[in-house]
Design a protein around this ligand. Structure first.
Ligand SMILES: Nc1ncnc2c1ncn2[C@@H]1O[C@H](COP(=O)(O)OP(=O)(O)OP(=O)(O)O)[C@@H](O)[C@H]1O
Ligand SMILES: [Mg+2]
Length: 281
């Protein structure tokens, strides 16, 4: 029985709902998740934090239909995931993933990498290419569209991976330590990008990070320990240290500015905040 007011998961803008998830990895008999329940609303920007081994990636894998729980249920837009027959399609059409190791294809250019998830798209090739360029412009890489990953800085690679994650207009972006391989300046650039996606386009974002300061830039922080959620609180907001660029002031998304499938002209040309200069690696 659900304890939630909106037990259908349909109303109140609930996008994802995990209910009493457990995950037992038979390999080593690890209880990676123990009775984890969580609701994620549309448009929320949530950071998941906690020590190594606390179950953060395991939880993200359940939310992103990458793995099945041992027990419990996850609801995506109100539908129990265990009733959704084609998880590949769900992932391809609804979920954008960003990982610590960018997983770009080395033989493809930035523009081609961004088009990889569009392979099932009804768009003609020219429209896919145009869309890839637009997405790269949005992440500040309009000048690097023909570069292969090896010719990009690590921060730029991650921004290509983010553009790729946005290729099919996902309803949610799931990011597992996306800045784990980045220096602090590139990491800030990626976080500013997430903040802009959230504020300007209303993107729902779940972000795993070990970086306390960067986690505070989300609006809600879930802390995990030993496979359980220990706290779930609004973010206190970033500490502004001397020399740190100020966090963007909250801006309302302009009326009518929403992500719409295949209507990329509704996106602003660039979602980069003015202080987020492209990094040089
Ligand atoms: N495929 C697997 N088989 C067996 N045990 C696993 C597997 N994947 C993860 N675990 C174990 O489950 C627990 C939770 O792992 P998880 O990767 O979710 O932690 P995490 O919080 O993401 O850690 P980190 O911050 O280091 O990435 C750990 O004890 C880990 O060793
Ligand atoms: Mg992890």
């Amino acid at each position: 029985m659900s304890n939630y007011a909106d037990s259908s998961g349909n109303g109140n803008g609930v996008l994802l709902r995990a209910e009493h998830l457990t995950k037992l990895y038979p390999d080593g008999q690890v209880n990676a998740l123990i009775d984890v329940s969580l609701e994620i609303h549309r448009g929320e920007y949530l950071a998941v934090m906690g020590p190594s081994g606390s179950g953060k990636s395991t939880l993200l894998n359940m939310l992103g239909a990458l793995d099945r729980p041992t027990s419990g249920e996850t609801y995506f837009e109100g539908r129990p995931m265990s009733h959704i027959p084609n998880w590949n399609r769900l992932r391809a059409q609804k979920i954008g993933f960003v990982f610590q190791s960018f997983y770009l294809l080395p033989v493809l250019s930035a523009m081609e990498n961004v088009q990889v998830p569009m392979f099932e798209s009804p768009l003609p090739a020219s429209a896919r290419a145009r869309r890839a360029v637009e997405l790269l412009e949005e992440v500040g890489l309009g000048h690097r569209i023909h570069h292969s990953p090896e010719k990009l800085s690590v921060g730029e690679r991650q921004r290509v991976a983010i553009a790729r994650a946005l290729a099919n207009d996902p309803v949610i972006l799931l990011a597992d330590e996306p800045t784990g391989n980045l220096d602090s300046k590139s990491a800030l650039g990626v976080f500013d990008l997430f903040a802009s996606l959230h504020r300007q386009q209303g993107m729902t974002i779940v972000l795993i990070t070990h970086d306390d300061e960067l986690g505070r830039r989300a609006e809600r922080i879930v802390r995990m320990q030993d496979g359980q959620i220990r706290s779930d609180t609004p973010s206190p907001g970033p500490r502004v240290a001397a020399g740190t660029p100020p966090c963007e002031s909250p801006v309302e998304a302009p009326a009518g500015l929403h992500i719409r499938p295949g209507v990329s002209s509704h996106r602003p040309k660039s979602i980069l905040p003015p202080f987020a200069v492209p990094d040089r690696g």
